[in-house]
Design a protein around this ligand. Structure first.
Ligand SMILES: Cc1cc2nc3c(=O)[nH]c(=O)nc-3n(C[C@H](O)[C@H](O)[C@H](O)COP(=O)(O)O)c2cc1C
Length: 345
């Protein structure tokens, strides 16, 4: 089983679904001595299988895959009212672009993706938004796969370890992207990472990954000192040459006009941190806490705005350290984070 202590560099390329994480980014971070993690969300099981094959074909053996755990329980059909009202608000926002349909959330893709990572023997598999079933954990363990659960609180860390997770990924409120709360409607805890991490360290006896707001090597060292066995970085890699970050998203990250990040449900229905833009300002107050349904509704708008180069109608996920993100090869970014060689970027 992959052990965090064996990583030549204690940096994990955080999974970033929706485009930024590419096979090349995973390969580059792992080759740089850290570990890249594939994001399987919003991708078909076949795409995930192809990515795993491509990473292996590049000679990389140390890598992970991340899955979004679907919400359990079935909602009654009449529960679509909030989604219909939100859909109405999205109509005519971009002339000629119809919002996505209200589709019931299913578990088929998740179940199939679990089978893909099992069949492929992906060595490190992380779960976000909830716990994998005990059966899935047992089957992964039978393949010597490290099971990882992303948590935002001490109580969820306890639950992860009770479910036999080998590693707990502690995600602080500074993190870019979705917060890994187990309950979609819950407001995520605000305890800063430098307080949450030692609390989790004291509560559970498994290796920890810490992530959220990491801007430089100083942050990495501090989190290692606070008890992390490795540090996860997302935003710091968004401008990497190998990242699949879209052109308007990249431009916004380097545009001084985008000064702050906010927590918002406007794009997906789940709380996520991103650069503040018009879409958030107009819609955050109205977005129902429904994932992935809201994500499906906003999809056509986000795709059209990306094609048109409009950063105000797309999700610009970014952590609080976004101003430190720099372009360049991922290997240089990982090296700078682990050695403090910022000047070389
Ligand atoms: C664009 C983007 C997409 C993300 N997608 C995922 C994902 O698919 N799965 C996941 O567990 N976390 C996801 N995250 C959260 C990261 O894994 C990680 O917790 C976060 O990036 C760390 O904070 P930082 O961005 O400040 O470094 C995403 C973050 C970003 C910025």
């Amino acid at each position: 089983m992959i052990t965090l202590g064996d990583l030549p560099v204690p940096i994990i390329g955080a999974p970033m679904a929706g485009g930024p994480t590419t096979d090349d980014l995973v390969i580059a971070v792992s080759r740089a001595g850290g570990m890249g993690v594939l994001a399987t969300a919003y991708r078909t099981p076949a795409q995930t299988a192809a990515s795993v094959a491509a990473i292996r074909a590049a000679g990389v053996t140390r890598f992970g895959a991340n899955l979004f755990v679907p919400e359990s329980g079935v909602r009654s059909p009449e529960d679509t009212g909030p989604l219909e009202r939100y859909r109405d608000l999205l109509r005519d926002r971009i002339p000629g672009v119809e919002p996505g349909e209200i589709a019931p959330a299913g578990t088929a893709e998740y179940d199939e993706t679990v089978e893909v990572v099992l069949a492929a023997g992906v060595p490190w598999v992380s779960f976000t938004f909830g716990l994998p079933s005990a059966d899935v954990v047992d089957r992964l363990h039978a393949r010597d796969t490290a099971v990882v659960v992303t948590v935002t609180s001490v109580s969820d860390a306890h639950a992860a370890v009770a479910r036999a997770a080998d590693v707990v990924w502690v995600q602080g409120p500074e993190a870019g992207g979705h917060r890994s709360t187990f309950d979609v409607a819950a407001e995520p805890p605000a305890t800063p990472l430098h307080e949450l991490l030692p609390a989790v360290r004291a509560a559970v006896d498994v290796p920890l990954v810490a992530s959220g707001g990491v801007a430089d090597a100083h942050d990495v060292t501090r989190l290692l000192d606070l008890g992390a066995d490795a540090v996860g970085v997302g935003t710091a890699l968004l401008l990497a040459d190998e990242a699949g970050t879209s052109a308007p998203y990249r431009a916004a990250l380097t545009d001084p006009a985008f000064t702050e990040t906010v927590l918002t449900r406007a794009f997906s229905g789940r709380v996520a941190r991103g650069l503040r833009n018009r879409f958030h300002d107009d819609l955050a107050a109205h977005a129902p806490a429904r994932f992935p349904e809201v994500n499906t509704l906003t999809g056509p708008l986000r795709r059209a705005a990306t094609a048109a180069g409009d950063p105000h109608e797309i999700s610009l996920w970014a952590g609080t350290g976004h101003q430190a993100a720099r372009p360049g090869p991922a290997a240089a970014i990982v090296a700078a984070l682990s050695t403090g060689a910022d000047a070389e970027l």
